[in-house]
Design a protein around this ligand. Structure first.
Ligand code: ATP
Length: 239
């Protein structure tokens, strides 16, 4: 089976002023995969995602989406090309209802029938959102807001979904629901780049993984190998 590369990052460097946060990383996401980026606090995971989605500009290197350079492209244009970002800290519109937040996700779309079936899929995937469709998003629990952030990103009909720490600060019972939902999305054909501190849960569902440490890729490979690697177990899995 031939691999279709959706995203390719080549020798990417990112600076915040004088701070050199990302030191020349390379990574690839093939169509149909769940790829995870692991790493502890400050390793550069969020910076990497923000740079891929166009919120930050790399100081050098290349980012290609379907073979086309997107570094330097504006974030809203990148969404239009099919890359959606569900940011860390949830970032829903607190004064809009759940339904209105989902509508915001879909506002550029003209395929009304597919939009309708996507709402139904999201409400099936996250029944809590259906129950609370008229509730203001700011009054949802942290876990529910996280579900809404993922669902809103999905509603823009991306081919690649970037998820930043979907399990951060969420009750353990909801964490499992969120990881189950990510697997479901992937089974429905969604390609996912997942940034996580919860190394065990993300390696369990991912096909491949990259481990970032102080802005460099320190290890990469199939998730099934990383999860049994002694160094990874010691550093990230608490063994
Ligand atoms: P966490 O899991 O804690 O969010 P992370 O792996 O996502 O960590 P980043 O947030 O990408 O890490 O941070 C990478 C490095 O860049 C850190 O040293 C951080 O202090 C620095 N950094 C992040 N944002 C800024 C900023 N706006 N200005 C200056 N430095 C920043």
């Amino acid at each position: 089976m031939s691999e279709e590369v959706l995203l390719e990052v080549k020798n990417m460097h990112v600076h915040y002023g004088a701070i050199h946060a990302i030191h020349g990383i390379d990574l690839k996401v093939n169509k149909g995969e769940i790829v995870t980026i692991l790493g502890s606090n400050g390793a550069g995971k969020t910076t990497s995602l923000h740079t891929i989605s166009g919120l930050l500009k790399p100081s050098s290197g290349e980012i290609l989406y379907k073979g086309q350079r997107i570094d330097g492209t504006k974030a809203n244009k990148i969404v239009g090309m099919g890359v959606a970002h569900s940011p860390e800290g949830r970032m829903v519109f607190p004064d809009l209802t759940v339904k209105e937040n989902l509508e915001m996700g879909a506002y550029l779309r003209k395929d009304t029938d597919k939009v309708k079936s996507d709402y139904e899929y999201m409400y099936n995937l996250f029944p809590k959102l259906k129950e609370r469709s008229t509730q203001l998003a700011g009054t949802l629990s942290g876990g529910e807001q996280q579900m809404l952030a993922i669902a809103r990103a999905y509603m823009s009909a991306p081919e690649l979904l970037l998820l930043d720490e979907p399990s951060l600060g969420i009750a353990p019972i909801l964490v499992q629901a969120i990881f189950d939902a990510i697997v479901d999305l992937n089974k429905h054909g969604m390609t996912i780049l997942l940034v996580e501190q919860n190394a065990y849960a993300s390696l369990k569902i991912a096909h491949r993984g990259y481990v970032l440490a102080t802005g460099e890729i320190f290890m990469e490979g199939p998730a099934s190998e990383l999860i049994t690697n002694e160094e990874i177990q010691k550093a990230y899995l608490g063994h």
